[in-house]
Write a protein that binds this ligand. Structure first.
Ligand SMILES: C[S@@+](CC[C@H](N)C(=O)[O-])C[C@H]1O[C@@H](n2cnc3c(N)ncnc32)[C@H](O)[C@@H]1O
Length: 281
């Protein structure tokens, strides 16, 4: 008679799966570990974006980043897409602003492979597999007029090092434009706000499935850091970056209906900082 000791009722199996997929607190990750995580999701992530299945990327983040960056998207300007992933945004910047020089960097080899294969060969666009911190040691100070960090700052091993590197690479008249999950509302959206391990006022590393609103069942995980609002703002100040504008965008009415979960609060916080050395002059 076959042994069925390992058999588990479907409901138990489902419960185990959903437990495994629930966000959980983890130890801080190194840059290499984070890059390996993004390697695992790179191809899926690229497909989601290209097929327009990441609604927030297409309809919330990119429009708001472009609006915050508008004054710096000028002929002759040098633009860094820091943590460019598979490079779609960088390649669109290069296409739409042929007189700007665009560099996209990311430490995830698979992400940069996709960027290189699908999006390189354009005169004003380069990709490099590198962290922001590493790249800052290779280029001259003040090498860029605009540094854009789309959903980067919550995914780095050291926020102060990354912000210092970005500030160092910025021209005195330049701008640093960022998007992060909204520290006040993302924990509620991801339903870990009431988890016993969560505290709003602490920096906490969280492993969670890499899902988007239209791709809710992805079992592959990535790690992000929750930090309170003051954690971000104090880190900007410590890096010599002065917050000039912030925005908490909502979807337009036509797009909102496409989200499976209604928008009850802002999910993202975006802003533009300027180097204090430029403002003090
Ligand atoms: C949430 S993804 C965002 C990717 C891209 N900006 C986008 O919107 O599709 C975060 C990215 O940050 C990259 N990353 C992690 N640590 C980094 C670092 N120290 N410097 C630059 N990029 C980093 C990861 O490899 C990953 O591709």
């Amino acid at each position: 008679m076959p042994r069925i000791a390992s058999f588990r009722p479907a409901t138990e199996a489902a419960a185990m799966t959903s437990n495994r997929l629930r966000p959980r607190r983890v130890e801080p990750r190194t840059s290499d570990e984070l890059a390996a995580e993004w390697d695992r999701v790179a191809a899926d992530r690229d497909q989601l974006i290209v097929e327009g299945r990441d609604l927030s990327y297409s309809y919330i983040l990119i429009p708001a980043l472009l609006q915050l960056s508008a004054k710096w998207l000028m002929p002759g300007h040098r633009i860094l897409d820091a943590g460019c992933g598979t490079g779609k945004f960088a390649s669109e910047l290069a296409r739409d602003h042929p007189e700007c020089q665009i560099v996209g960097i990311d430490p995830s080899p698979s992400s940069i492979d996709i960027a290189d294969h699908k999006r390189s060969g354009v005169a004003n666009l380069q990709f490099r597999q590198q962290t922001v911190e590493g790249f800052a040691t290779e280029v001259e100070r003040q090498s860029f007029d605009l540094v854009i960090a789309n959903m980067l700052l919550q995914n780095v091993s050291s926020l102060p090092s990354v912000l210092n590197a970005c500030a160092q690479m910025l021209d005195a008249n330049g701008a640093f434009v960022f998007a992060v999950p909204h520290p006040c509302f993302w924990p509620r959206y991801w339903k870990y706000e009431k988890a016993p391990w969560f505290r709003y006022d602490r920096e906490i590393w969280i492993e969670a499935p890499f899902r988007t609103s239209l791709n809710p069942d992805n079992p592959v995980t990535t790690t992000h850091t929750h930090r309170p609002l003051y954690g971000y703002f104090n880190a900007f100040t410590a890096a010599g970056l002065v917050v000039e504008e912030i925005t908490e965008p909502y979807p337009d009415e036509g797009i909102e209906g496409q989200y499976p979960i209604a928008w009850e609060f802002p999910r993202f916080l975006l802003g533009r900082c300027r180097p204090r050395c430029g403002i003090d002059r």
